[in-house]
Ligand binder design. Sequence first.
Ligand SMILES: Cc1cc2nc3c(=O)[nH]c(=O)nc-3n(C[C@H](O)[C@H](O)[C@H](O)COP(=O)(O)OP(=O)(O)OC[C@H]3O[C@@H](n4cnc5c(N)ncnc54)[C@H](O)[C@@H]3O)c2cc1C
Length: 438
Amino acid sequence: MTEKKIQIVIVGGGAGGLELAARLGARYGRKRHDIILVERNRTHVWKPLLHEVAAGSLDANLDEVGYRAHCRRWGYRYFCGTLEGIDPAARQIVIAPLLDEDGSELIGRHRIRYDYLVLAMGAVTNDFGTPGAADHCMLLDSRADADRFRNRLLDHCLRVSRAMTADPASDAHVKVAIVGGGATGVELAAELYNAAAALAYYGLEVFDEKRLEVTLVEAGPRILPALPEWLSDAARQELETLGVRVATGMQVTEVTRGEIVAASGERIAADLMVWAAGVKACPLPGGVGELELNRINQFVVRETLQSSRDDRIFAIGDCTSCLLPGRERPVPPRAQAAHQMASAVYRNLVRMMEGRALEPFVYRDHGSLVSLSRFSTVGSLMGNLVGGRMAIEGRLARFVYVSLYRMHLIAVHGWLRGLALIVVGHIERVIRPRLKLH
Ligand SMILES: Cc1cc2nc3c(=O)[nH]c(=O)nc-3n(C[C@H](O)[C@H](O)[C@H](O)COP(=O)(O)OP(=O)(O)OC[C@H]3O[C@@H](n4cnc5c(N)ncnc54)[C@H](O)[C@@H]3O)c2cc1C
């Protein structure tokens, strides 16, 4: 009789899950273990790049990782599918039916057994139930969202460019409203100006960034609340110099077709509206058994990153609620947290296989960096990296910001391939067009 393999199932191949699948696959291979990655998409794009994909400054085709090729190289198995529910009592997960483009069923609803399960499904934008937001605002949760935004942006730029050609005195503008003055909203606002400036090279000769009207709406008293006040002021100044209207202290109460409505009664008209404030985890329609969830559907975990109610289930990244002892706030939903949690769960799974006690997760906040496209980068480095807290700006900040993605490339592809991809990325930047226009 053949021995049953130990099955470790990871759901979600994003910033945390893909790194973990590669490490577990490389360590255990397929002899006595089956490392299975369940992911609803066929390719991975690192989420912090999505605002660049949305603005067109990055061609995601060049930076995406195909799961099938990646799993073959790293010794894990990839299942294309969407997690629908978890049955901890039976140690099984339920995968939704897989449909083709026409909606015909390719694979029916089925179950996958696990010995150990790692949940790494990330999170989505939280519109806090604001009326009209879900119907009228675009999101930046996935590659498809970013592509959709870019296509609509280009259409509007083309419309304005045509109006200007027909009548040079025309007052046509592309109006974009972004709700949320956190890193995503700020980075997107700056990136849009970078993209608009480049459009003149690519056929829209009469169009320039002055034709862009971006309003960044933030409910709090300042943008980038996670950064020191003077850095958030510096970022605000930089954005205003570009032409962005930064509206702080503005609570959005409703979104209608073409308008954002504030509590004060002010209405901001826009061709494109993006909701980029807050996160929540997606509820699973098939339920999660007895597993504990918080009020935004994140899985509550202990210090070891095991579910509070099940030793065999771990959760990492944005879908996790992890309040470490002595801390007032849970670990934040960031790429560096997903990366560190993936490493911690890797070590703990190895310990479990070897019958050793698990170690607690220690989160090291290396700071926050916010890219204002080619114009600037601001942020703060914290903790071990600089021996305290240090605010940084400019070239050094840009270098560290770009290094985050380089570390992800190395974690996902290994040193040799990772470094080769970094070099190829530099060459691509020189030889490719500055914008993706299709
Ligand atoms: C525009 C933007 C800019 C950002 N910039 C930064 C930054 O500069 N620095 C930073 O630290 N963080 C940044 N973040 C946050 C960062 O991207 C996330 O914290 C990080 O990606 C979380 O990693 P994760 O592995 O938990 O989830 P993700 O990377 O989101 O991966 C989740 C994966 O799970 C898959 N999935 C989801 N549900 C299911 C399901 N039911 N079944 C199967 N698969 C599923 C998804 O397709 C996805 O591949 C940014 C986010 C955005 C949107």
